[in-house]
Design a protein around this ligand. Structure first.
Ligand SMILES: Nc1ncnc2c1ncn2[C@@H]1O[C@H](COP(=O)(O)OP(=O)(O)OP(=O)(O)O)[C@@H](O)[C@H]1O
Length: 591
């Protein structure tokens, strides 16, 4: 019931059309009994009746009218069928379009926790196959059910008007058919839920394999990946076969029952004709409409299969439809308030699922300051910067921007004040220009070039065949790691936000390029607080302050000189990285 309510809700704007389609289905299917009725009249009046010969010569007009009536009704039925299909298609396609947009917005609005726990392949399956299944159900399965039921009921009523006893003889088969169908439906339902799960696994494997194809090739793991895919494929195929075989268990019973309709009609109907209880014409009417009673029974298995698929798909869509993110961007920000850029972590603790990743971290960054964060891998650096734009919410403590807890700020306003270059660089399949101006599509061309220069990307862009109009492949295919980082850096600067977060953004560029980028960052023509995660001392040395993280805790904090003097983690890293020439010089903070 919930599912039907959900569908009804989503049919908004197309309800009239859909109800019209349902009505046309009922009317069109009811007309199925008209031609058998006309046939009955023709047989009784002109072929097998007592006065058949006489009527043929005297009632020719009636014969012609009946024949024309038959043709007319056939044409009318075809026309109605066309019109009905059109209404179903329009309303279901419109509904699909509407739900797809809603789901897409819903997925876009989910927080990082949702993305951490949902595979891309699974989401893609929901957005494509499952949605199509729902549309197919609205346009085809419901139509088939309505039409089969109408034809069945209309035929049974017509049969009753001819001869109730013969009709009851035929209907004697219906209860066992329904019992068999019910048992089948109960047995097959979990199989379709499982089948849907396996399809999702198959799609996730395919998606991961395609997006990670370079790694697969680099490790010569094609064979392994093919095997993995074949395994998932076999799983899916096996589940499909199992469901189909279950149907085969019940099929012989349903088919036998469906055939039995004809046998009963022949025996009982034949006897009734011989007894003179019904006419030849009435027998012919029974005979020409017996399919209308037996076919729905025969198709009941296919319909049940489709309904189970529909419910399995619908459950997946409803999952997204009603998923509520914990961090909601309500887009209520009025205007573009520009923050000063003050950041404070006040006794912040955080866990992703169960393990504590940040433990009682506190620090302050004043507007315009540059703070570098360094620390061993997995120590929580990225997690710290993820908490500023509220990609996740703290578990304990507060993250404050301009003195206000980020949970009290409008999310789009907060994020609109932060420029980010993430560690895992993602470029869109677009031109380089389009990628740099992603955060500000109205960015003038000269500004795009300017920020590319600041990120030391201009030169290599100009060497490309189409310069800024060069289209980069999905995720930036066609560019080196360092080139991608530089475009991502230009993109993050180009939005000119008062807070700039750079997560290991220069790890793949050479030292000379890095020096150029550091200089550009210092000389930006707008005030901004910079948080730079870096592993190189050459990147952190000139920061106003350096934070050292270890196992989720802030273990050292100070300037380059102060931390060297402390002879702790930072000093160790410094010694390791500057082994050799110039060590003494840099140790004193001079270049
Ligand atoms: N989405 C996530 N879900 C669950 N755990 C996560 C997630 N992201 C990171 N972690 C875990 O949190 C810890 C801190 O990760 P984080 O990415 O903040 O470290 P990091 O210091 O930036 O590391 P690196 O220098 O390698 O980038 C790690 O143990 C990591 O496994």
């Amino acid at each position: 019931m919930f599912e039907l309510k959900w569908l009804w809700q989503n049919l908004e704007g197309n309800r009239t059309r859909y109800i019209l389609a349902l009505c046309l289905s009922v009317v069109g299917s009811s007309l199925t009994i008209v031609n058998p009725y006309i046939s009955q009249r023709i047989v009784d009046t002109f072929i097998a009746g007592d006065n058949a010969q006489q009527n043929l010569t005297q009632e020719r007009g009636l014969l012609i009218a009946l024949c024309l009536g038959m043709i007319g009704f056939s044409l009318l039925r075809s026309g109605l069928a066309y019109l009905t299909m059109m209404q179903y298609e329009h309303s279901s396609q419109n509904m699909l379009y509407r739900i797809r947009i809603y789901l897409y917005n819903k997925i876009q609005g989910q927080d990082m926790h949702y993305y951490d726990h949902n595979r891309t392949g699974d989401l893609m399956t929901k957005m494509t196959g499952d949605l199509d299944m729902v549309r197919h159900s609205m346009a085809w399965i419901i139509k088939t059910i309505i039409e089969s039921a109408t034809i069945f009921i209309a035929s049974v009523i017509y049969f009753f008007t001819i001869d109730a006893e013969l009709t009851l003889w035929l209907l004697i088969l219906s209860p066992p058919i329904f019992i068999v169908a019910y048992i089948f439906a109960k047995r097959v339902r979990p199989m379709y839920i499982d089948l849907r799960e396996r399809l999702s696994q198959l799609n996730s494997t395919t998606q991961e394999n395609i997006s990670g194809n370079r790694i697969v090739k680099a490790f010569a793991r094609e064979e392994y990946e093919i095997e993995k895919f074949a395994d998932k494929n076999a799983n899916y195929s096996k589940a499909n076969k199992t469901a189909a075989l279950v149907w085969l268990d019940y099929f012989p019973y349903l088919e036998t029952f469906a055939q039995a309709f004809n046998v009963i009609l022949m025996i009982a109907g034949g006897l009734f004709v011989m007894n003179g209880r019904i006419t030849f014409g009435e027998f012919a009417a029974f005979s020409s409409l017996i399919w209308a009673v037996s076919n729905p029974m025969r198709n009941i298995g296919i319909i049940i299969n489709d309904i189970q698929r529909f419910f399995a798909s619908l459950a997946k869509i409803v999952d997204i439809y009603y998923a509520r993110p914990n961090i909601i961007n309500e887009h209520k920000a009025i205007g573009n308030r520009r923050y000063e850029g003050r950041i404070e972590f006040d006794h912040v603790s955080f866990k992703y699922d169960s393990a504590t990743v940040l433990d009682d971290v506190s620090f302050k960054v004043e507007p315009g300051e540059t703070v570098a964060i360094m620390g061993s891998t997995g120590s929580g650096k990225t997690t710290i910067v993820n908490l500023i734009p509220r990609l996740y919410d703290v578990f304990e403590g507060h993250v404050l921007v301009d003195g206000v807890d980020v949970r009290q700020l409008e999310l789009d306003e907060l994020r609109g004040n932060i420029g980010v270059a993430t560690q895992d660089v993602l470029l869109f399949s677009d031109t380089i220009d389009g990628n740099i101006s992603f955060g500000d599509p109205d960015l003038p061309e000269e500004d795009t070039v300017e920020y590319a220069r600041l990120a030391d990307a201009h030169e290599f862009i100009m060497k490309m065949s189409e310069g800024y109009d060069t289209i980069v492949g999905e995720r930036g295919v066609g560019l080196s790691g360092g080139q991608k980082q530089r475009i991502a850096l230009a993109r993050s600067m180009a939005v000119r936000r008062p807070i700039l977060i750079l997560d290991d953004t220069t790890s793949a560029v050479d030292l000379e390029t890095e020096q150029h980028i550091q200089k550009s960052l210092r000389e930006l023509d707008f005030t901004c607080t910079k948080i730079i995660i870096a592993q190189r001392v050459s990147t952190t040395a000139k920061a106003d302050r350096i934070l050292i993280m270890e196992d989720g805790r802030l273990i050292e904090e100070g300037t380059h000189a102060e931390l060297l003097a402390k002879r702790g983690y930072y000093y160790e890293v410094f010694m390791l990285q500057t082994e050799g020439i110039g060590r003494q010089v840099i140790a004193h903070g001079k270049e």
